[in-house]
Design a protein around this ligand. Sequence first.
Ligand SMILES: [Zn+2]
Length: 440
Amino acid sequence: MKRGRQVGSSGIDLPDDQHIREVEEEGYKYLGILQLDKTLNTKMKGKITSEYVRRVKKLCRSKLNGGNMISGINTWAVSVVRYSAGIVDWTVEELVSMDRRTRKIMAMNGCMHTRSNVARLYLPRKEGGRGLISIEECVNKESKSLHGYLRETTEWMLQAALKEKVLDEEETFQDYQKRRQEEKIRNWKEKHLHGEFVRQTAYVAGEDSWRWLRNGFLKKETEGLILAAQEQALRTNSIKHSIDKTSVTPLCILCGDSTETVRHIISGCKKLAQGEYRKRHDKVALRVHWEICRKYRIECTDKWYDHQPLAVAENRDARITWDKTVYTDKRLNHNRPDITLLRRDTQEWTLIDIAVPADQSIINTEEEKMAKYQELAFEIKRIHRASKVTVIPIVIGALGTTSKNAKTWHGKLALPDIVGSAQLSAILGTAHILRKVLCF
Ligand SMILES: [Zn+2]
């Protein structure tokens, strides 16, 4: 180096007969970071950013499902930047803009709605988020954890590095993590429109409500659509009218009677009740029926969606009916549960009825169903000498909310992961309805 500039040389001979070659023009790499007489920050930043963006694009254009796409970004793309944390001097703006670009790429590829909540994207899936790692947060965390390491070390050289303020952090890793988490939850749940759904369902929602997100099986586009529907980010007539202030009527395009909100489209429109809602309901019921047939070893297809339920399916162990009236001496108003199951060995009856209502009213629907079939249960016990009759309502919110009681009800059926599969069927039905009505 001469006056801070690199000059040409043929390399340097060392006393032990080794030869150091001339450093290439763009510097040499030390632990993967380009250096010359100092770390080449600008050059490294450019390289890292473009590699990160390249990887994010590749993943967003892939056919991966929602869960795998996000974990792909987290492991394969974010790691490119993570490695440079605490070494390359990133500014906040540079990091924030990388996050912005990620969201833009996601939106352009249909993985995220442009008006969807940003904070929620970065919350863990088990808490209702999508579990993406934010670049800003990742670099800050790495830097704080390196600083924490320096503070604890007993090595004199590292202690000297701490004194030199190579890294300077005031907040500890744990405090930072906690603070960011709380901020994100606030930025989502306290927002007027974005948070309304979670606020309204908080009292009825059970722990399995986010199971579909945790599993991440949905296509990334469908995942984005359902989250946007929960956040009222979709442009329904009601939103166009009151938020976008366009001259459009706020009324439903199909029935023209009620305000066209997401809730109305997915669970309240009388024009959809017999067709689309019925189809969605039947898909959930079909899944449950198939699972029960399998449990009692009644012949059925390998794949649930090929399943063709018989009105009466039976073998030595059990008898299962599908959408069939149970005749009793007394005329009853409600005598046709979706599915009935009779176990021959114990003479136990189970009456199963399925519904996919608005998420806010799942507990009410459950109670209604329980009340509706009490009389039938009583009659069956009397006429058929059943040892026990259990009524099980399988109620899933149209946007996937499962009730607090779901575990108890479904536990009685003792079917493996019936909650998750019923939830998935309900959500897919809803996504179909939303696409149809809002013309995606
Ligand atoms: Zn309508």
